[in-house]
Design a protein around this ligand. Sequence first.
Ligand SMILES: *[C@@H]1O[C@H](CO)[C@@H](O)[C@H](O)[C@H]1NC(C)=O
Ligand SMILES: *[C@@H]1O[C@H](CO)[C@@H](O)[C@H](O)[C@H]1NC(C)=O
Ligand SMILES: *[C@@H]1O[C@H](CO)[C@@H](O)[C@H](O)[C@H]1NC(C)=O
Ligand SMILES: *[C@@H]1O[C@H](CO)[C@@H](O)[C@H](O)[C@H]1NC(C)=O
Ligand SMILES: *[C@@H]1O[C@H](CO)[C@@H](O)[C@H](O)[C@H]1NC(C)=O
Length: 264
Amino acid sequence: MEAVVGLILLLLRVSQGVETYCDGRQDRAQCYGALGGTVDVQLMTSALVLARYWWNENRTVILDGIKTRIMSNLLEDRSSFTPSNGTFRITNLSRNDSGEYQLEAIDLDGNIERRTLHLTIQAPVGSVLLLSECLSEGQMRASCSSEGGDSPQYSWTLDGHTLTHAELLSGNNETNSITLKQHVSGRLLCSVRNQVSRVSREETITDCDRSLLICGVRAAVGVLLLICITAYFAWKKANSNKTEGSAVAGTREHPENSVLMVEL
Ligand SMILES: *[C@@H]1O[C@H](CO)[C@@H](O)[C@H](O)[C@H]1NC(C)=O
Ligand SMILES: *[C@@H]1O[C@H](CO)[C@@H](O)[C@H](O)[C@H]1NC(C)=O
Ligand SMILES: *[C@@H]1O[C@H](CO)[C@@H](O)[C@H](O)[C@H]1NC(C)=O
Ligand SMILES: *[C@@H]1O[C@H](CO)[C@@H](O)[C@H](O)[C@H]1NC(C)=O
Ligand SMILES: *[C@@H]1O[C@H](CO)[C@@H](O)[C@H](O)[C@H]1NC(C)=O
């Protein structure tokens, strides 16, 4: 129970911790924010040189200001605007914050400027799972899956370099499942990213033929060990039965009968 609570708190902290920045000073900027996270949108270089500015979403005025004076801020409880550097910080982002925003600004000379930006809220990538299995002919299939993230994109490296055609049998460096040729080994890394997060998982892979051999040897040793143990216990049991049998029956002539007697 405590572990679960701890995990939830950790996840909350992680998702609250995702901060993104977006430069909205160019028209039609594409911005990204993490679900539950914080985004810093730079609306302008400075609000000090503006006579008036409005930031709207879908015709709803979110922010209305004159130089350093904020007339209204619809997101007051989870945002802050810094006029000196024109940055609007929104915390605790929800999917509802996704959308198209318009800025309308009138400078001190009376020039009007209009810009739009698009904000997309994405859930950060949660955990990543990397599975590998040997195929019959010594090739290896590796698949990577992720949990939680919107629009996950996959990429792979082996010992830090992008996978080459010499190593890849199928798939490419951007699919979530790949097949590696025979005798490929090293540190295989799968990275899953979207616009607000990146999580990776690494696994050391060994030559499948060799690992099959190692598995075979291990299995053989295991079986041998099992036989030895079984034989030992069988021998021990027979021996102790003999002793008990002799104590009960007082004879060593017919061990089979003794065993039967004790078991009865
Ligand atoms: C935006 O406004 C239109 C109508 O003006 C409405 O149909 C739509 O649902 C609104 N979208 C959001 C995200 O509020
Ligand atoms: C703007 O100012 C605020 C408050 O001082 C600061 O937290 C933020 O990092 C600044 N942003 C930029 C883009 O300079
Ligand atoms: C974040 O927003 C959700 C609803 O969207 C709310 O339930 C939660 O209390 C908020 N968290 C914080 C820390 O403001
Ligand atoms: C999202 O928007 C819908 C309708 O516009 C509203 O009912 C809902 O409460 C909003 N959720 C949050 C977390 O703001
Ligand atoms: C995948 O490989 C192609 C060509 O080798 C390269 O252009 C691209 O940047 C790679 N993608 C990633 C995510 O590494």
